[in-house]
Design a protein around this ligand. Structure first.
Ligand code: R2B
Ligand code: URA
Length: 312
């Protein structure tokens, strides 16, 4: 039986938009076959509705190992039958991305940066479309650099912004720039914030997330192989970002928000901060502390999913 989706208050969603996943490409329906090359899946070689038709939640994150660990964690959290050791990588035929399915949840890696997550999202959204999935919610769970927050703070993104603090994503198409909005689902962000009350030891805030195309100079770091600015200029830029409402910096949120929005998918970005960029650039926190920080977005999203399924 299909799971009943509840909102965070335990009520069945009245306002839940019960829709199939949309693709915004008129060419797709005239294609005889669609090969999802980077997943090593295809509409002729795989029965996508049978494999994925019951998917309700998709969590994406940078690393394949982290997304496997998340799938194993969710297997336990959802009380599913079977051995966690048997959860296999659906994309094992390719080493571009890793994909794990546990019950109604897909856990997928996207690599680092906008081009990598963008390729993955094209194929993921088509996969959900071909599989006739309905009412899917997407989450990006990841790491980030904080601005004026203590390390370990979880940031739920309201707007993803570019390096000029604009809530938009620019895509160059046929030599022209297309601008898409990066606003995320306000209700979903609010429900996640409510869920965070169950973890009082994990500070959680809602704020803007800045997405850059580089980890070093692009995020105002002084410790890359190249640096073209002074410490004062770095701090001035971070202060401007803070004043514009930016609370953390990472490298995928704008295209994630923009693509989900165009395809009418409810989506959220939940990233933990590994350091406060006003205090430094190097990530020198001990490994075990970083591992615990990285579990924080996972725990928050797990709680949301369990609430939605009426399990807590
Ligand atoms: C966060 O962490 C990665 C860089 O270390 C990048 O993928 C991101 O968005
Ligand atoms: N990921 C980023 O993109 N930046 C940081 O500072 C930390 C993690």
């Amino acid at each position: 039986m299909a799971p009943i989706l509840l909102n965070c208050m335990g009520n069945e969603h009245d306002d839940y938009i019960k829709t199939e996943v949309h693709v915004k490409n008129p060419h797709l329906d005239s294609m005889e076959e669609d090969i999802l090359y980077h997943f090593n899946l295809g509409t002729k070689t795989h029965d996508l509705p049978r494999m994925f038709g019951d998917v309700k939640f998709v969590c994406v994150g940078g690393s394949g190992n982290r997304m496997r660990a998340f799938a194993q964690f969710m297997h336990q959290e959802l009380g599913l039958l079977g051995d966690v050791g048997d959860i296999r990588d659906i994309c094992e035929g390719t080493d571009r991305y890793s994909m794990y399915k546990v019950g109604p949840l897909l856990s997928i890696s996207h690599g680092m940066g906008v081009p990598s997550i963008s390729i993955m999202l094209h194929e993921l959204i088509k996969l959900l479309y071909h599989a006739h999935c309905r009412d899917v919610v997407l989450f990006r769970i990841g790491t980030s650099g904080g601005i004026g927050l203590s390390p370990g703070t979880v940031v739920i993104t309201d707007h993803a912004v570019d390096s000029f603090f604009r809530p938009q994503f620019e895509q160059v198409v046929l030599g022209k720039v297309i601008v898409r909005s990066t606003e995320l689902d306000e209700g979903l962000a609010g429900e996640l914030l409510l869920c965070s009350k169950a973890f009082p030891e994990q500070p959680t805030v809602i704020g803007h997330t800045m997405c850059t195309h580089d980890f070093y100079e692009g995020q105002g770091r002084l410790d890359g192989a190249l640096c073209s600015f002074s410490t004062e200029e770095k701090l001035e830029y971070l202060s401007k970002a803070y004043d514009a409402g930016v609370r953390n910096i990472e490298m995928e949120s704008t295209v994630f928000a923009a693509m989900c929005r165009v395809c009418d998918l409810r989506a959220a970005v939940v990233c933990v901060t590994l350091l406060d960029r006003f205090q430094g650039d190097q990530i020198s926190t001990p490994h075990d502390v970083l591992v615990e920080y990285q579990q924080r977005p996972q725990c928050l999203v797990a709680r949301f999913i369990k609430k939605s399924l009426g399990l807590v």
